[in-house]
Design a protein around this ligand. Structure first.
Ligand code: CTP
Length: 408
């Protein structure tokens, strides 16, 4: 993490009662190293795992764990504390805290603060993998996301309970990066981001083409989110019926070869390339100059197709190439195919999703599986803008980790 990535931030850290609470101690230190001022609020159960004294020593402030502490209220009332925060982060967020936040309860100090604050709230869940996967937990998370609560992690791996799966608290250095990424709207300032979106149309004759079901919405959402976060964004769009997002430079193309030329021409000027376009792999080997007519005696028509250039693979072959993000739309064995694509195309990150009737391309929302060398993150079903933000958060974190030499 770069120094001062959180300079000026006032982080209210809510510590929940799970075994991962011990990692919150390291988190406080790292938040302060990044320049943030930190005040810690613990749930009653959290105090069974780690002592308040640990957090007091690390944060440099008294720790609160009750709404009914008269001397603490006299020093700084809970509403004042809610107003003080510029960011609220609940880490670890237990299944119970998530449920209480989703219900809007105010049954302890932490839940009350989350309701009373005007600051953005983020949660970093940590729990047993079965509890994480439970539909009740996922429904509560969906409610919170809908309200704009950011969800960091969880990571997958071995768990304190001896099981293996999703539910580990995101590592403290990643949490700091994730928080820094959401802190300022301009966290991508100075970045040049190139996005391709939509389908390609491969012409057969003047009226017919071979296309695909891509709506372009995912790529447009990435472009919009990156621009809103301060990046200089160029969007190379196949034929789609979508408005250009604010602040985005747009280049319209039709076929894969045109898209190839536009994208490769901008490679040197881009820090990141997000290949969200569904590029046609093949095109008719020639475009008929006039509309093809039915021959009265023919019941079949043969089209000879030739392969299009692979834009992403050609980008990957460049020296000094941008950070490369590919999409993998699959109808089966999503993770295996996507991991293969990551390695085969030598990408930095792949966003995979399952496509089929009503899923992926034409749907308003989507679910993505992010894969990168040595890591994965499943982003549950959400609106495409929300997924775009989470994708950008991950890109920020991976590029940052690279610069810092941290294993991403
Ligand atoms: N892509 C590209 N140029 C192509 C084909 C695909 O840049 N000619 C990019 C897409 O934009 C996407 C990624 O490659 O980001 C994956 O595309 P996909 O067609 O699913 O992958 P392929 O490598 O073609 O693999 P397969 O067809 O076997 O699934």
């Amino acid at each position: 993490m770069t120094d001062n990535a959180l300079a000026g931030a006032r982080v209210l850290l809510g510590v929940g009662g799970g075994i991962a609470a011990y990692k919150a101690a390291d988190l406080v230190r790292r938040l302060r190293d990044a320049g943030a001022e930190v005040r810690v609020v613990m749930t009653a159960n959290a105090t069974r795992f780690v002592s308040a004294l640990t957090f007091q020593a690390l944060s440099g402030h008294a720790v609160r764990d009750s709404l009914w502490d008269e001397s603490a209220e006299a020093a700084m009332g809970h509403i004042e504390l809610a107003r003080w925060a510029s960011q609220v982060l609940v880490a670890p967020a237990t299944v119970d805290i998530i449920a209480r936040l989703a219900q809007g309860r105010a049954d302890d100090l932490l839940a009350t603060l989350c309701l009373a604050t005007g600051a953005p709230v983020a949660i970093a869940p940590a729990m047993n993998q079965q509890m994480w996967a439970h539909p009740a937990t996922q429904a509560n998370l969906a409610t919170l996301r809908q309200r704009g609560v950011r969800v960091f992690g969880p990571d997958s791996g071995g768990q304190a309970c001896g099981e293996f799966g999703a539910g580990r608290l995101m590592e403290p250095h990643s949490l700091v990066a994730a928080l820094a990424a959401t802190q300022a709207p301009g966290d991508l300032a100075g970045w040049s981001v190139l996005v391709s979106a939509g389908p390609t149309y491969e012409d057969i004759d003047p009226v017919r083409f071979i296309g695909n079901r891509s709506s372009g919405r995912m790529g447009f959402a990435v472009a919009a989110a990156a621009a809103a976060r301060g990046a200089d964004v160029t969007l190379v769009a196949g034929p789609v019926a979508l408005a250009t997002p604010a602040g985005v430079r747009r280049i319209d193309v039709r076929g894969a070869r045109q898209m190839h030329e536009a994208v490769l021409g901008l490679a040197g000027a881009s820090d990141v390339y997000v290949a969200a376009a569904a590029v046609g792999d093949f095109r008719p080997d020639q475009v008929a100059p006039r509309k093809l007519k039915k021959a009265s005696d023919a019941t079949t028509l043969e089209l000879r197709l030739v392969q299009n250039p692979d834009i992403l693979a050609d980008m990957a072959a460049l020296t000094g190439r941008p950070f490369l993000v590919g999409f993998a739309a699959e109808t089966e064995r999503v993770e295996a195919h996507a991991r293969d694509k990551l390695e085969r195309k030598r990408l930095d990150l792949v966003a995979a999703n399952e496509v089929g009737p009503g899923r992926g391309f034409e749907a308003e929302d989507n679910a993505l599986l992010l894969l990168w060398p040595g890591g994965r993150e499943a982003l549950p079903r959400a609106g495409k803008r929300e997924l775009a933000e989470a994708l950008l958060d991950r890109i920020v974190q991976l590029r940052q980790g690279r610069q810092d030499g941290n294993p991403a």
